[in-house]
Unconditional design. Structure first.
Length: 87
């Protein structure tokens, strides 16, 4: 008798196929969205500090950090649209 991998459940028994890779992508995506949000907020804080001190370098770093956080959020949201079903 062949042993099936634990991630494969036959549909004919009325059970659902488990999609561990897709679930992993969802968990990673949620973590990246949270990280990107924190990164964006921190960039805004740095930018505000630079504006208060009239420090051009901090303003630039804050803007770039906030934009980078927004890109991380966009990439994490896109990650959930990837279809990784193999069957």
């Amino acid at each position: 008798m062949a042993v099936l991998p634990s991630f494969y459940i036959l549909e004919r028994r009325g059970k659902k196929k488990m999609n561990y890779l897709g679930e992993g992508f969802n968990i990673i995506s949620k973590g990246l969205i949270a990280f990107g949000g924190v990164w964006t907020v921190w960039g805004i804080v740095v930018m505000a500090g630079g504006l208060n001190d009239h420090n051009g370098q901090d303003i630039k770093q804050g803007v770039l950090r906030a934009v980078g956080g927004a890109l991380i959020i966009a990439a994490a949201a896109w990650l959930t649209t990837i279809n990784v079903n193999f069957g």
